[in-house]
Write a protein that binds this ligand. Sequence first.
Ligand code: GLN
Length: 490
Amino acid sequence: MSELYTLSITEAGDLLRRREISSVELTRAHLERIRAVEDKVKAFTLITDELALQQAEEADRRFSQGDTLSPLTGIPIAIKDVISTKGITTTCGSNMLKDFKPPFDATVMERLNAAGIVMLGKTNMDEFAMGSSTEHSAFFETHNPWDLERTPGGSSGGSAAAVAAGMAMGAYGSDTGGSIRQPGSLCNVVGLKPTYGRVSRFGLVAFASSLDQIGPFARSARDAALLLQAVAGPDPRDATCSPRAVADYSEGLNGTNTSLKGMRIGVPEEYWVEGTQPGVVKAVRADIERLRELGAEVSEVSLPHTKYGVAAYYIIAPAEASANLSRYDGVKYGYSYRDTDDMWEALEKTRQNGFGPEVKRRIMLGTYALSSGYYDAYYKQAEKVRALITRDFDRAFEQFDVLVSPATPTVAFKLGEISDPYQMYLQDVFTIPANLAGICGVSIPGGFSDGLPVGLQLLGNIFAEDVILRVADAFEQVTDYHKQWPQALP
Ligand code: GLN
């Protein structure tokens, strides 16, 4: 393939700076690609083609003036519809926000606009980021570019599918319990969840505030490094955003130094649970051997409280969601039921009509867990488990630089295949602990099982994004999984 949409961000950036291609050409190539495959994939809730071309022209103007503002200047990118975009519909996959145009940009958006990106559109997602398949979007399902009958994963399924299908050079998503890494894994792209507090949450529609993080999707570790660099760093508008200086994520990712000599890699023994598909286990075991061949010291480690992760998460996340979603009352903003003079009826019908079934389930679960008499038994207990899981990681990172595991227990499943919510929740068994502990993690293309992508998860200590990216980059130098294009598309 030699089409412009197959370039990496690094390659495209070089061509743009040398003025061998223009951002308008690059953007048109992506809009054409969208026209060719979007009706099959359905990754976007909104395509902002006019804006994209305007931004591309602006980027070209900057290049002609010799401004080299950012490695992302003029690069076409897609944004999950949970990130507020000023004056541009931000639906969060929900009827509640179907027509909502935020009066401000998220901090992440401000930074991307200042960098001069080209925004191609907003991407489909599970309603309020609750789900693992994008089937809970109030609007439509997104299809996995590797097999159109299968889910791309979720909740950031639209962003992952857009990057996998060549409709965007990179994308942003949000990860509360796995929503970047799991769809990354199912779509064969790099999906990185930063350390809690590395990226501002200002303007990210809240799901579970102590777990949510915005992060990038890309087709290589190097592109992911550039995308993370552009948005990471302190923000006075988010008190949970860390003041700590941001590392140079691209440093050392030049492809010449593939040795992992001295890198201590732990393999958590609890991450090989029953129910993990044999094809996934086989691919990830082979990946671990690759890391060993690259010079890493690999040994087993125990994270004994892993098995309580999903249970604790499904108390804490719904509890926080029930509080965060109380703002959708039909008065402040969003959908409002107006066919009554009775205030209580209006409130009730607004929430009844505005929210879908999964969101209602979470609100009920969360409200129950926080109610008097149950708070101690459920919420407080879950917070204690969270502390134990964090301590497991603290101990492991005294001995290891990186932990590796499968990103998901299965490859992409069929749309409609999982109807039991509990089975769906188990999709995130390997990703949830990192959110509970606040550490960073990335899923990278780690091979295939029956033609479907398998994700390799690399977990790093807090603020060790540079370390996991270095390992990911070294792995990419000796494998070509990340270079494979989905066969289900033209
Ligand atoms: N699948 C998990 C959930 O449904 C995680 C979602 C996410 O990370 N936003 O809550």
